[in-house]
Design a protein around this ligand. Sequence first.
Ligand code: 3HC
Ligand code: NAI
Length: 696
Amino acid sequence: MKKLTESVSFEVNGEIGIITVNNPPVNALSSHVRQGLFQGIKEGDANSEIKALVLHCEGRTFIAGADITEFGKAPAQGIPRLLEVIDAMENCSKPIVAAIHGTALGGGLETAMGCHYRISNSKAKMGQPEVHLGLIPGAGGTVRLPRIMGVEKALDMNISGNPIDANDALAHGLVDEIVEGDMKEQALVFARKIVAEARPLLRVRDRSEKLAEAKDNPELFNNIRKSIARKSRGFKAPEAIIQAVEGAVNLSFDDAMKNEGRLFKEVHDSPESAAQRYFFFIERVANKIPDVPKDTPTRNIEKIGILGAGTMGGGIAMNFLNAGIPVKIVEVQKEALDRGVGIIRKNYENTARKGRLTEADVKARMSILEGSLDMNAFAEVDMVIEAVYEDMDLKKSVFKQLDKICKSGAILASNTSYLDINEIASVTARPQDVIGTHFFSPANVMKLLEIVRGDRSSKDIIATVMALARKIGKVAVLVGVCDGFVGNRMLAARSVESGSLLLRNALPQEIDKVIFDFGFPMGPFAMSDLAGLDIGWRGDQTPDKETNIRHQLCVRNRRGQKTGAGFYDYSEGSRTPIPNDEVEAIIKKVSEASQITRIPISEEDMLKRMIYAMINEAAKILEEGIALRPSDIDVVWVYGYGWPVYRGGPTYFADQIGLKSIVADLERYAKEYGEHLTPSPLLKRLAQEGKGFKDL
Ligand code: 3HC
Ligand code: NAI
């Protein structure tokens, strides 16, 4: 075996030349990989003994894409670009077989499509996930994929970024054969077969039969535009993908490639893509806990107990059932238990009706769920997650019981949104086994899990819960104890400002518009209507009845979507908020009762007040060591609250604006609206030093 570069080697086996890539961890297309591939193809092409070539990868995966760490850097001198490598492959005079295992993603799939044949094992996944990085495929993914799979399928793969499995790939002609066993061996067998059968050199660029359906059919593209409009709001890449695929259909292959290249450059240079690429890496950084190294021992979690089958308990249970982990769920009352289990079943049945689960899947999940009214059912579980009402006395009382019932070594977790984990842990004889697992609602959907580290939480339970989070498909962020942890604490800071804007300046629809236009799925008042205005409302005991907008709405039975009215009206069966004159009158009356003269405010100032208050809170959170690093805060906000990922997250956004100007605005707001908006010492220091959160 001859080493061509540090990551690519070449060998000859009879009539077959084998190019092997070994660039851990995911065989990304770093410069030395591209150079090695290019050289390997040239060698194979020049060697008259060789009749076919095999491209195969060592390690856990085929090429998983371009090397994202190289984006934004000057291209290495003298190293072929990926486009040139793929061109060399496609134009090679001998057939090349790509042997795919693990994942062929992005530039990896584009490389495979430059080959003349593709085989994979049955577990392989293939996709064009560039869209998740704010990009479009830049090496033929929008031009070759529709030629192989048809326009609609290619659009779907490119726009969703979701990979397909080997069977789907086989059905749509993306792979020619599914094989099992050693991929190198299998690729050799396949290559010998095509040589023996003298199969033709199949160049994807020469194929156009699958483009016909979309030719002179602008409706096809416009319908796709309409269908993705809501989800892709604010993102640049989806529209660029559509234009690139339109180019593939309507232009010659070479012009379509040029068109793709132009669009790729446009999105690559956009701030949206820079933010999304930043996010790709910080999501992975969140997993790394400095004092809990990778080799920290973990506990075995095979059975889960959940206390409380309400909104959260049920959703949390589904995560484990989906991952095949048996769950025991305990309630105080039979009706609550039946209702909770019934909702889980209904959720699964609805998913099955949409074709996303089979009846057998539903059965399998429900068969590992066991309901009980007796906490002793937890005697054998490895971890209990408590999701009873948000009440410290209640939490303490159930933790005392759990401490007695659960076996030694079992982890006791609380789903509390705000309460002090240390205080909860203090009633047990095992504070080292107590931790917070703060899921977000709906818990079976939202990807974020804040893991709350108590003063005494042991390292091995932190490592265990972090690993468990990954197993159930969550993105975990480790946070410290404070009121509301990272996410809800910053949300509270924003709520203070949206409430103050409501009282002094603007109407719900005006404030919500600003947050919606920024890129959030909804504004604070639409969100309150969704959650219910009466959460935590103390009815007649409310002390400030005349000056409390929420009270005034709740007593008129405007309690949110569930009563068909809240800050907005809702027509039957619709979730679309409709502004209401009575609400406007109520708000104005409350302002008057509070002796506040309402003054108009610009959209820019509205946005800044809400977002900068959050950024200021983020700085305090970092000062107090509640979050490990600024980027963790960004992960919390993107995955927990729908902060638009194309704006990176609150601390990334703050750095783009510049902390100096944020501090100046906060100082102005502090004078006008209250000292709580005074910039934190950390924010001030960073601004004075000309630094950003990224420098921490
Ligand atoms: N470039 C550079 N580093 C990469 C990378 C890439 N394309 N993909 C993954 N990595 C790194 C990760 O940052 C991580 O590093 P760390 O260990 O230092 O944190 C390490 O590889 C392992 O990654 P994961 O933790 O994500 O490993 P998993 O096994 O969970 O997942 C994967 C593997 C499915 C391949 C996943 O890493 C992934 O989805 N990678 C990104 C794939 C992608 O987006 N490809 C397209 C790139 S853009 C492109 O190709 C443009 C082209 O069209 C020109
Ligand atoms: P919920 O009111 O929907 O459910 C609580 C359930 O606990 C009820 O079914 C109740 O019967 C049961 N329960 C009460 N005492 C019990 C006991 N001693 N033993 C067993 N069951 C008991 O409440 P929800 O919304 O599910 O909240 C639960 C916890 O999750 C709270 O701490 C809350 O702060 C937190 N949380 C809530 C979120 C939300 O959006 N609803 C989001 C994140 C966290």
